[in-house]
Design a protein around this ligand. Structure first.
Ligand code: NAP
Length: 248
């Protein structure tokens, strides 16, 4: 293994890799030597993001992870055009926040469909080959909100808590077939999802974060690279909280 290139020869698929945390994860895996398939809702954004990654052979696909047929077709396309999947990162996620009494059925359903069923759709499609090859890594991007709950985010928190149960079950089910499955629970990370904050809001948040700053997508990407790589070969079924100490 070349020093600093621990993922040389590996193929990774990152959902929601066109922006934010997923894009930083795609960069980190590509920097470690992996060939990366970037998935976004639209093909254009995903292809552009793939072309900007370090190294060669990365590709982008448009895919709605919430659609089981499209998810399966996309995994097949990635495996035939890039190579058999070694690493799957289920990062695509959305928020539709509202207080419980105002939450509409469609807000609940969409968040569950993308954040939770999307991870199931992609994992079911990707693990068949991993199990046959007796090697693979699944990484699910949950949230500290799935651990603590959050007012105004009952749908989102439920989807992220669901991902933790999903992670532990998949880890138990597939460990004997050589497939590891872990989750990362990010705290407050600066991306499009969290939007621009006023100085007052930023200061209030910082007071709740022992390390004294908001997180960056790269903070999550470092943890993802570690969990995806050989240094984490004896780690499965875990939830790694990366939040500057916000939830201790
Ligand atoms: P973001 O900036 O809003 O990016 C979301 C990504 O998901 C985009 O690439 C988007 O693709 C993709 N996506 C959304 N719906 C999709 C679908 N149905 N099918 C395929 N791709 C879809 O979000 P982020 O802040 O980077 O968050 C990434 C993950 O981390 C999410 O699961 C989020 O819940 C979780 N998280 C974020 C924070 C935070 O503070 N930011 C904290 C905890 C957890 P397009 O570009 O094509 O729209």
């Amino acid at each position: 293994m070349v020093e600093g290139r621990e993922l040389d020869g590996k193929v990774a698929l990152v959902t929601g890799g066109s922006r934010g945390i997923g894009n930083a994860i795609a960069h980190a895996l590509a920097s470690a030597g992996a060939q990366v398939a970037v998935i976004g809702r639209g093909a254009g954004g995903a292809e552009k993001a793939a072309a900007a990654l370090p190294g060669a052979g990365h590709r982008g696909w448009g895919c709605d992870v919430a659609d089981p047929e499209v998810a399966t077709t996309t995994v097949k396309a990635v495996e035939s055009e890039v190579g058999p999947l070694d690493i799957l990162v289920n990062n695509a996620g959305v928020t539709r926040d509202n207080i419980l009494l105002r939450l509409k059925d469609e807000d609940w359903d969409e968040v569950m469909a993308v954040n939770l069923k999307g991870a199931f759709n992609m994992t079911r499609a990707a693990t068949r080959g991993m199990m046959k090859r007796r090697d693979g890594v699944i990484l699910n991007i949950s949230s500290v909100v799935g651990i603590t709950g959050n007012p105004g985010q009952s749908n989102y928190a439920a989807s992220k808590a669901g991902l933790i149960g999903f992670t532990r079950s998949v880890a138990r089910e597939l460990a004997s077939r050589g497939v590891r499955c872990n989750a990362i629970a990010p705290g407050y990370i600066e991306t499009d999802m969290t939007g621009a904050l006023t100085e007052e809001q930023t200061n209030a948040l910082k007071e709740r974060i022992p390390l004294g700053r908001l997180g960056l997508p790269e903070d999550i990407a470092g943890a993802a690279r570690f969990l995806a790589g050989p240094s984490a070969r004896y780690i499965t079924g875990q939830v790694l909280t990366v939040d500057g100490g916000m939830v201790i």
